[in-house]
Write a protein that binds this ligand. Structure first.
Ligand code: GLC
Length: 429
């Protein structure tokens, strides 16, 4: 069998965003930003206050950093040396899930178990020291509503987390109680930030003009420094929870994926762009091409990277991967179409992210970009997926024209840890 050409073209079109549509999405993102600044209830962007601005770069000292945002939790002891310099003195990391052994993110786990496990990691990071005082910054990468830098309540779990007893709670209180149960009253959690905020803080510790921070990985989200030009408040980073942006025209695969997801109707942008969902979108489209619509093959974004990396004439790697995942042998010509499909899905993802950045830049700068702008990005899609960064930058150029020369994106690798340490330092100022 070989793919039906019309069907293939139709599917490609489903994943295509032309220039005009892209401009509309950027303008709509800006519109939601403006609405959200007045009243977040009116916007699909949550506009969550972080109660922190950019670092002075004079932050110094040793701080604990807890990076809790996915299944792998890390605790680091970091020494900040000022002017972008720092040293990671210690690092421990453990997964919250080990299949067949334990699972702290499932609906039958408890908040106590989860935070006791995390407190255990902190204990390792301080090498069992129950005396010396440590301040701890906590990167908690879930939507949280804050009243100050310490006090963040989880609004709702995202990603695959389902542990009861955390939603609606002050996460640092749960952590503090767990530290207390371990006799670690010498460790004081003082700040909570989202991972996007952490990336922005970490990048701003090293570079100028960092007004936007973004995670482009398994999940997707963006924050920016709101200057509050009307002086209503001090400049402050706002976590947009932009994965929830919904002024989009989802294609039929997006609609189907959303309907079968854990939280239908939510995280619509994230479901179109992030690593967690791209593999699934690709699998749904491929199932149609193979005449078995609805079948799930479990493709991941890592598989998509492998497909894009196959430059051979006979597409041997692509064919082997498709055979392994679907049990079907496809011809080289079809394998090359599979590669086109993957490229299109990744390209669409990168263009959507670019449109959201431009929406923020238009909000900050008006239609013409005057100031140089550095956008800090961390995450596996941006860092590792072939063509993601390049298409993101092309999308920026398409939307900004010559002004795109004033905008650069930089990889802020590991920003979640460094950002948490900076937040802990800022909390002591
Ligand atoms: C999800 C979370 C968000 C986080 C992002 C990246 O979208 O809701 O808070 O920033 O994933 O980890």
């Amino acid at each position: 069998m070989s793919f039906d050409k019309n069907q293939f073209e139709g599917i490609l079109k489903d994943f295509t965003i032309d220039s005009d549509e892209l401009k509309t999405i950027a303008a709509d993102f800006r519109y939601d930003l403006k609405k959200g600044l007045k009243d977040p209830a009116e916007s699909s962007l949550k506009m969550l206050k972080s109660y922190i601005g950019l670092p002075t770069r004079q932050e110094k000292g040793e701080y604990l950093a807890l990076d809790f945002g996915g299944t792998n939790v890390r605790v680091l002891l970091i020494r900040l040396e000022g002017d972008g310099k720092f040293e990671v003195l210690r690092k421990v990391a453990k997964p919250l899930v080990v299949p067949g052994s334990y699972n702290y993110i499932a609906a039958d786990a408890t908040a106590e178990q989860m935070f006791d496990f995390i407190a255990g990691l902190v204990e390792e990071a301080v090498e069992g020291d129950h005396a010396k005082q440590y301040f701890l910054g906590h990167t908690f990468s879930f939507p949280s509503s804050q009243t100050n830098l310490y006090n963040a309540k989880l609004i709702t779990w995202t990603k695959e987390f389902a542990t009861p007893g955390v939603e609606g709670e002050v996460v640092n209180d749960l952590l503090k109680a767990a530290l207390h149960r371990k006799g670690l009253d010498n460790v004081e959690p003082t700040a909570v930030i989202n991972d996007t905020v952490a990336v922005q803080l970490a990048a701003a510790y090293k570079h100028d003009n960092v007004n936007i921070g973004c995670i482009y990985a398994t999940g997707h989200n963006t924050c920016y420094l709101e200057p509050f030009a009307d002086k209503a408040e001090q400049p402050m980073i706002l976590n947009l929870e932009s994965g929830g942006f919904n002024r989009l025209a989802p294609g039929r695969f997006d609609v189907a994926l959303d309907e079968r997801s854990e939280k239908p109707g939510e995280q619509r942008l994230e479901k179109m762009v992030s690593g967690r969902y791209m593999g699934e979108l690709f699998g749904m489209a491929l199932a149609e091409l193979l005449g078995e619509a609805g079948k799930e093959y479990g493709f991941t974004s890592i598989d998509m990277s492998a497909i894009m990396e196959d430059e051979s004439e006979d597409c041997a790697a692509i064919r082997a991967l498709v055979a392994k995942k679907t049990g079907r042998d496809i011809a080289a010509a079809d394998a090359s179409l599979v590669q086109d499909l993957v490229l299109r899905i990744v390209n669409r993802s990168a263009r959507l992210v670019a449109a959201s950045f431009v929406g923020i830049l238009w909000q900050l700068e008006g239609e013409g970009i005057e100031q140089p702008q550095t956008i800090a990005v961390d995450g596996s899609v941006y860092e590792k997926m072939p063509h993601a960064k390049e298409n993101l930058e092309k999308g920026l150029s398409e939307l900004l024209g010559a002004d795109a020369a004033k905008v650069e994106t930089v990889l802020e690798n590991g920003g979640s840890g460094l950002g948490a340490a900076i937040a802990a330092a800022v909390s002591q100022n």
